[in-house]
Design a binder for this molecule. Structure first.
Ligand code: ZN
Length: 887
């Protein structure tokens, strides 16, 4: 609806760019629904690049084997920021020289010829040159001296910045890539190397084998002083992990995770890996977490590289999950590709869901689906905003795809697939996907093709179940009520759209979803008579009545939290659930906290009920439930505490320590050798809660002592505790600690250690030191862009540093635009809604009106909505918090 604004975003907002045309970029308007003509089909594209990480420009030649379906006098390709040196078209009887017309509004070039090009095969040749970018997209460079490197990041629509191409996912070609580079550099691309030779001027020419048909966004090339791990074989696929020099000791875990994932994926899809080799490359500066280029996946180094002996469970889980996610794209996404960007969600949703399945089967003891439950909470929050979007929105212009790399696309999408999988059963679901893969491999498909395949194997009305979830914005809140109907106990269900800011619109009131509903009820009898029953229903009307098969003491109306919706159990329902907390599963306890918190912010539940729930969870031992508790407490700390007054602040912190401190006392701050991963994770979360939010005296002193020992005596901190300990110490720390953290960042031996020390700079509260932290965040030579972006994000998320950070950020935004890709800038913008006072809203909106966000005009609407919600929540709940703490 409000997408209009995106299409008219002035192009002047883009980072500086040398382009042949036109002079005044601000005047360029995009054509909203622009697509290339599809009657020119590039069967094969041969690309020859001249690349050197020490140069700021690059050169290329391209030769396209085209199939012309309709005779014509011109050929159009995407091309952006490239200078075209010559154009030749080889016909059967003649070679034509073409003219180039640049069309910036469609990011394309039109090659005009003096005679008609006949139907059938022709060969087009182009030579071009471009500029190496610094903002992590297109072909970009980073590092310096011996560690300078170049890499491509072409998804979603930046292939056109690397070579003139047919830059739409539905237009696949086979690629033959060759690269000339300095002889001491390593070159990586999608396919295996076919041969190498030394050129006349002492450079090396590397030729790669031809790829299977690929969409342009999956092409990859990287040049740098990369080193490889030993090859690991999985079936017939040769796997390697590539790094900059000196990082090879950190590759073992990624290689193990990749091998384990690949084996499982081959079995799951019942199809071999579609590419002959698989390179995983770790790059310090990378816009996304990783990118699934066919056969050559590029990762942010902090995600791929770790020391398996010292890394925390969270870090290992994240690495395994991202590796499995990218590898599952080799089938779902790369071999079978969306026809157009409107199905981007299906790509990402499936890979997200699949990654959790794979990691769960590889390491069941990690309980990764609980981690997914935490991610789901975030997606539910974003989707409860009126500014949310459907999972499958209409994408008219490719650039609209840019702003959809969010939790709605990934996590809500994955939740919907999970809901469907639960409903159909794992085997039927897998059979449907296999059928879809077999039908469309090496080709393109759309969501409807998948629904058709699933319907075929299940005989269920898949599209009817799925459509409300993918095409409608938002999700429902289900309110269960107990009733006795003709003497039979029943559970009545009502559904309506859930919005964090209630709406009075008739449209919202009329919405409903097809919910494959699962509920759990418990008899609540003590001893062995204690039984729970599962109720199921395809719940699609506004209200429904479900016989409960007997009396019950409690009901949890989203059994196993398999559904993507909220439940309003009401105060009475919560009361019953609190009396039987032990009968809820872990994921249900995460869901219960998330639900009550969301209802509280939407003013459907008093804050006292939320605090009662948190109190009742004082002996909660599961680290993921503690994780959701921590995020609720930290939101209260950001939003209510600064407005509640000093006395209330003291009471709030004391209450946290009284509630969760005793648990920590029992297990102690020091990890024990015999403990498992999740026990260690539990300690880390408790430390953050009691030391970071509660500022418990003893924990703070202990953290300061450990932190001092870490820096003065070189004592290692346990991986999962390092972050919380450093942050707790930094909150009261001075210039000495600040300098120590900076030093430790630059000397860190693992990306995790670099990040932990760097992010510690966000926890200082002294104004001078905050300013220094910001200087660090803005220094491109200090740390990779994604880490620095996270530092700014954290500074904006701390109520004690947010204002200073925002004031300064506005002055340096232009500089950041040259250093960071649009996606990171949009995340920074979104971070202004975390802790800044709602009174800043007008200023924030005015600022982003002046400096439009390329990757997310929606982000600005979200900011204004989130600040409105915050203001309303502060008004409604501040008093309630104070009263609760006094009682
Ligand atoms: Zn993905």
């Amino acid at each position: 609806v409000a997408r209009q604004r995106q299409q008219t975003t002035p192009r002047s907002a883009r980072p500086r760019e040398r382009s042949p045309a036109p002079k005044n970029r601000a005047r360029v308007r995009r054509s909203p629904a622009y697509r290339l003509p599809h009657d020119v089909d590039a069967r094969t594209i041969e690309l020859t690049f001249e690349l050197d990480p020490h140069k700021s420009t690059f050169k290329g030649r391209a030769s396209y084997a085209l199939e012309i379906a309709r005779r014509r006098k011109s050929i159009e390709l995407h091309s952006l920021g490239l200078r075209i040196a010559f154009v030749r078209l080889h016909l059967a009887d003649e070679t034509l020289h073409g003219r180039v017309e640049h069309r910036p509004e469609s990011e394309s070039i039109v090659l005009g010829f003096d005679r008609l090009i006949p139907e059938g095969p022709v060969r087009l040749e182009l030579a071009f040159r471009g500029r190496v970018r610094r903002d992590l997209r297109g072909l970009y460079g980073a590092g310096s001296g011996d560690e300078a490197w170049l890499a491509s990041q072409l998804c979603p629509t930046d292939a056109r910045r690397l070579f003139p191409c047919f830059d739409e996912p539905g237009m696949k070609s086979r690629y033959r890539i060759s690269v000339t580079a300095p002889a001491d550099q390593t070159v990586i691309s999608n396919a295996p190397i076919s041969d190498e030779e030394t050129t006349e001027n002492g450079q090396r020419l590397t030729r790669f084998e031809a790829t299977p048909p690929l969409s342009s966004y999956l092409v990859a090339v990287a040049v740098g002083p990369f080193e490889a791990s030993p090859v690991a074989m999985s079936g017939t696929t040769a796997l390697r992990v590539w790094t900059l020099p000196g990082r090879q000791p950190l590759t073992g875990f990624a290689l193990e995770a990749a091998t384990a994932s690949l084996e499982r994926l081959e079995r799951w899809f019942d199809l071999p890996h579609p590419y002959p080799k698989l390179d995983l490359l770790a790059l310090p500066a990378f816009a996304f977490g990783a990118m699934e280029n066919a056969g050559a996946v590029f990762f942010r180094d902090s995600i791929l590289l770790l020391d398996a002996k010292t890394a925390s469970l969270e870090d290992r889980m994240r690495t395994a999950e991202v590796v499995a996610h990218e590898l599952s794209h080799m089938w779902f996404g790369n071999s079978v590709t969306m026809k157009w960007w409107n199905d981007l969600w299906l790509n990402e949703a499936f890979a997200t869901w699949m990654a959790y399945e794979i990691v769960d089967s590889w390491r069941p003891e990690w309980q990764v689906w609980l981690d997914f439950a935490l991610r789901k909470e975030h997606a539910l929050w974003l989707d409860a905003l009126a500014s949310s979007h459907p999972i499958a929105p209409p994408i008219r212009h490719a650039e609209e795809a840019q702003e959809n790399f969010d939790a709605i696309t990934y996590t809500k999408g994955a939740s919907v697939l999970r809901m469907l999988e639960r409903y159909l059963g794992a085997e039927v679901f897998r059979e449907g996907i296999r059928l879809y893969m077999r039908r469309h491999s090496e080709s393109n498909a759309e969501a409807a093709d998948l629904w058709a395949a699933l319907a075929e194997v299940s005989a269920e009305p898949i599209e009817k179940i799925v459509a409300p979830w993918t095409l409608q914005t938002g999700f429902p809140v289900v309110t269960p009520t107990r009733r006795t109907k003709k003497g039979t106990p029943t559970l009545d269900l009502v559904q309506e759209r859930f919005l964090a800011l209630p709406s009075r619109s008739k449209r919202d009131a009329g919405m409903s979803w097809t919910i494959p509903w699962v509920g759990r009820i418990g008899s609540g009898e003590d001893g062995n008579g204690n039984e729970t029953r599962t109720l199921k229903r395809l719940f699609s009307k506004h209200r429904d009545s479900i016989p409960s098969g007997g009396n019950f003491a409690w009901a949890y109306a989203n059994g196993g939290e398999a559904g993507f919706f909220r439940v309003n159990h009401g105060e009475q329902g919560q009361h019953e659930l609190l009396a039987h907390l032990g009968e809820l599963s872990t994921v249900e306890r995460i869901g219960l906290v998330g639900n009550q918190w969301a209802l509280c912010q939407a003013e459907r539940l008093p804050i006292a009920a939320l605090l009662d729930l948190l109190s009742a969870l004082d002996s909660e031992e599961d680290p993921d439930v503690l994780g959701v508790i921590e995020s609720v407490l930290s939101a209260l700390d950001r939003r209510l505490v600064p407005r509640a007054g000093a006395a209330a602040e003291v009471r709030f912190r004391t209450w946290i320590c009284d509630t969760f401190g005793p648990q920590l006392e029992v297990i102690g701050v020091t990890p024990k050798k015999s403990e498992g991963d999740r026990a260690r994770m539990r300690r880390a979360r408790l430390l953050s809660i009691v030391g970071g939010l509660g500022r418990g005296d003893r924990v703070v002193r202990e953290s300061e002592r450990l932190c001092a020992q870490h820096f003065s005596e070189g004592m290692e901190l346990a991986a999962e505790l390092a972050g919380p300990i450093i942050r707790i110490a930094a909150a009261g720390g001075g210039p000495f600690l600040h300098a120590a953290l900076r030093r430790a960042t630059t000397r860190a031996e693992t990306p995790q250690s670099r990040r932990i020390h760097l992010l510690g700079l966000a926890a200082f509260e002294d104004a001078m030191l905050i300013a220094k932290s910001l200087d660090t965040a803005l220094d491109p030579d200090f740390a990779p862009a994604p880490d620095r972006a996270q530092l700014i994000h954290d500074l904006l998320g701390n109520p004690r540093t947010a204002m200073l950070t925002w004031t300064r950020l506005q002055r340096v935004w232009k500089r950041l635009e040259r250093q960071m890709p649009p996606i990171l800038l949009a995340r920074l913008a979104a971070a202004t809604a975390q802790a800044l006072p709602a009174s800043e809203m007008a200023g924030i909106l005015a600022f982003f009106e002046q400096q439009p966000l390329l990757a997310g005009p929606r982000a600005v609407r979200q900011i204004s909505e989130e600040l409105k919600i915050a203001a309303r929540f502060e008004r409604a709940s501040c008093k309630g918090l104070v009263e609760y703490l006094i009682d």
